[in-house]
Design a protein around this ligand. Structure first.
Ligand code: URA
Length: 210
């Protein structure tokens, strides 16, 4: 339906996601699988990163070969569940910079309120990948992307494990220029804002809280 929604339909990604959906998966397994899955997703998300040719001296001769171009990529984690994806992405792109954004939902207005925002310097020269395991109502994602856009980064992508039609529609309506990368698009949201069939509360399952 949207040409900038990328479904990462790789067998390893789908296998790990299915194991994570299982309510019997331990905190330990859930966290490990999330890290592995995030590393696999990082590979797809960074596929179009710009490169430049440099000269390199091999043990045999001098040649030209490609390296990543420009300022370091920034992963922006939406607290707290974004942390689980962040670690896996950093395994694959260890030199990336990291930003954090903390949002809570105001109980009266149900709108996201920012309580923390810390980004690397020179954001205007950087490509940003915002990470949050669940794109559900889309409210946090829309607020996070709006705030990051105020720093004029070169590009923004949004990465989640799971989303649903409502989440995609909300983020796309507010930010049609931001591509969404996801391992699955589930059926729907329930009345509490949880994705069905989903995997439950990602933050609680990552951190072993209730
Ligand atoms: N956040 C979660 O952790 N799970 C959902 O299903 C929706 C939002």
């Amino acid at each position: 339906m949207y040409d900038n929604v990328h479904l990462i339909d790789h067998p390893l990604v789908q296998h790990k996601l299915t194991l994570m959906r299982n309510k019997e998966a331990s905190t330990n397994s859930f966290r490990r699988l999330l890290g592995e899955l995030a590393s696999l997703m990082a590979y797809e998300v960074t596929r179009d990163m710009p490169t430049q040719e440099v000269e390199v001296q091999t043990p045999l001769e001098t040649t030209r070969a490609r390296v990543i171009d420009g300022k370091k990529l920034v992963f922006v984690s939406i607290l707290r569940a974004g942390t689980g994806i962040l670690d896996g992405m950093l395994n694959v792109v260890p030199g990336a910079r990291v930003g954090h954004i903390g949002l809570y939902r105001d109980p009266q207005t149900l709108q996201p309120v920012e309580y923390y925002f810390k980004m690397p310097e020179a954001m205007a020269e950087r490509d940003v990948v915002v990470v949050d395991p669940m794109l559900a109502t889309g409210n946090s994602a829309v607020a996070a992307v709006s705030r990051i856009k105020s720093l004029n980064p070169r590009s923004i992508k949004f990465v989640c494990l799971l989303t649903c039609p409502e989440g995609i529609a909300a983020l796309h309506a507010a930010h049609p220029d931001v591509p969404i990368y996801t391992a699955a698009i589930d059926r729907q949201l329930n009345e509490h804002g949880y994705i069905l069939p989903g995997l439950g509360d990602a933050g609680d399952r990552i951190f072993g809280t209730k």
